[in-house]
Design a protein around this ligand. Structure first.
Ligand SMILES: C[S@@+](CC[C@H](N)C(=O)[O-])C[C@H]1O[C@@H](n2cnc3c(N)ncnc32)[C@H](O)[C@@H]1O
Length: 502
């Protein structure tokens, strides 16, 4: 591949990365030297930010907090505003001049993607340096691999903005003689739409554009972790989670890596028009986790119970083949069926069912899906969170199964740190229960293996949470882990058992 690296000034020499560019990928960051796990690769500040896109919530256009009362609006334009004293009201003042010309909602919700485009277009008069940064980016609209769906989405947004906001604005500008948006041609609006669509990142209720971090490439097995610091102006810190060799691409994950390949690839396509060809996407077994595997029904005469997997998952419509019989399934049938099961899972979990009801439902799912299928795992995770006395053995088995899976799909704990920590906490609680049930003061040595396992879980969880706490607010989980450690140590002292915790 023809890989170009941008020229850098002398002050960039100490940086661990440089900006590369490949035809089908666009710009990305590449390691300029070996980077060790734990190294901070970059810290970046937002160029622009605003409320995230959602149809379910009212988010303040100033501070981006959720607003419970739908009547709390900006008096001028009618868009959601927490109060006239919102601490971030100033970010709204320029766009309010445009929004109030036509206080229309897109459908029955406020379309925050449209708001972000207007906010960005306004930088040309309010903050010219930031406008210069954004408009210099590639919009990828002419790229060969840009999909028709993506182009259609951009065109629709552009037409909406032109009709609803730009036309009345131009009329107003003519009367007042004061141009608010000197550059608002169709081409400029389309470019801004495409750049924002591809590069915005999300944190809590906010969408944010970063000059550097937004260039980071996606990988389903990322080598970095990002922390967006809410309390520090939404600055982002990007940290290596494994050793990155010189010349390696520096990557994050844009998607939920607990999902199977078809679902991740669908999400990536919709989110950022990406066709991912990473190691995991290419592997039908997804690193031997079988996260997407289906159970083969066989024929009426011969029930097979083999495992169906996509032959080549990165094809647009892969064939699904069985490891035991000759039956092949068309991709569209598998997708339709999994989509249906996904809805059933959501419906079931919303019903607030009892532990036994969920367990029974999981049994039914496993008639169709492999025991490690990501939808089965979703239900398993729900079951593990229940406080259910007498089911410790069962819950421990599931905890172990899920931990085995996440250790394969996220070996560097780049995405699933909190998920792993929750599993470790549950594993600890269930094992401690088993210890208390089985412990006999006369035969302490029989419990030593279990005690050492408990200590190891606490240590692993402490290391993980200490790492996460450096950047995020996970103090409550760390506190819970320390409390577990104190209680275990006290109990061991009472029983006169000496175990090294360091
Ligand atoms: C957040 S931007 C990254 C910057 C972008 N490369 C550029 O030049 O503007 C996301 C876009 O980068 C490209 N991209 C990122 N990761 C990719 C991947 N794993 N495979 C293919 N394209 C990717 C896609 O065009 C995607 O829409």
């Amino acid at each position: 591949m023809d890989e170009k690296v941008e020229e850098k000034s002398s002050e960039d020499n100490c940086k661990a990365y440089e900006i590369g560019c490949i035809k089908d990928l666009g710009k990305f960051l590449i390691a300029k030297k070996k980077i060790e796990a734990g190294d901070v690769i970059l810290v970046d500040s937002p160029v622009i930010s605003g409320p995230k896109c959602t149809k379910d919530e009212y988010i303040c256009v100033g501070c981006c907090k959720t607003i419970d009362d739908e009547d709390q609006r900006c008096l001028a334009c009618g868009w959601p505003l927490c109060s006239a004293d919102c601490p971030s009201l100033t970010v709204h003042s320029a766009e309010c001049q445009i929004l109030k010309l036509c206080p229309t909602k897109a459908g029955d919700y406020f379309s925050n993607d449209i708001l972000m485009i207007l906010r960005c277009l306004l930088l040309q008069t309010t903050q010219k340096d930031k406008w210069g940064v954004i408009i210099s980016w590639d919009d990828h609209l002419q790229d060969k691999n840009t999909s028709k769906d993506f182009l259609k989405k951009i065109q629709e947004k552009c037409t909406f903005i032109e009709e609803i906001y730009i036309k009345p604005l131009k009329a107003q500008e003519k009367i007042s003689g004061k141009p608010l948006l000197p550059r608002a041609s169709k081409d400029v609006i389309q470019k801004v739409c495409a750049i924002l669509h591809k590069n915005l990142m999300e944190c809590d209720n906010r969408q944010i554009l970063y000059p550097l971090a937004s260039l980071l490439e996606h990988n389903c097995l990322p080598n970095c972790l990002e922390f967006i610091q809410e309390k520090n102006n939404y600055n982002i810190i990007v940290k290596a989670v494994t050793t990155i060799s010189k010349g390696d691409h520096i990557t994050l994950s844009y998607t939920n890596i607990l999902c199977g390949t078809q679902e991740r690839r669908r999400h990536l396509k919709e989110l950022k028009d990406i066709c991912c060809f990473c190691q995991r996407c290419k592997d039908p077994t997804e690193f031997n986790t079988f996260l997407s595997a289906m159970i083969c029904f066989g024929t009426e005469e011969d029930a097979c119970k083999g495992v169906q997997l996509p032959q080549n998952p990165i094809e647009e419509n892969p064939k699904w083949i069985c490891n035991k019989c000759d039956i092949k399934l068309p991709n569209k049938d598998v997708l339709k069926f999994v989509h249906h099961l996904n809805k059933e899972v959501s419906k079931e979990l919303k019903k607030n069912p009892s532990y036994d009801e969920v367990n029974e439902f999981m049994g039914k799912l496993q008639l169709f899906l492999h025991e490690s299928h990501y939808l089965v795992n979703k239900v398993k995770y729900q079951l593990i969170q229940c406080q259910e006395n007498g089911r410790e053995d069962e819950q421990l088995k599931w905890c172990q199964e899920l931990l085995d899976i996440v250790r394969k799909i996220d070996p560097y704990k780049a995405r699933l740190g909190l998920y792993i920590s929750t599993l470790l906490t549950k594993q600890f609680e269930s094992k401690r229960e088993l210890l208390l049930q089985s412990f006999s003061p006369d035969q302490k040595e029989n419990s030593l293996t279990l005690i050492k396992e408990l200590r190891n879980i606490l240590t692993e969880n402490k290391d993980l949470l200490t790492f996460l706490c450096k950047f995020n607010d996970e103090e409550s989980l760390l506190k819970k882990n320390s409390e577990h450690e104190v209680i275990l140590r006290e109990w061991l002292m009472e029983q006169s058992i000496l175990i090294d915790f360091n």
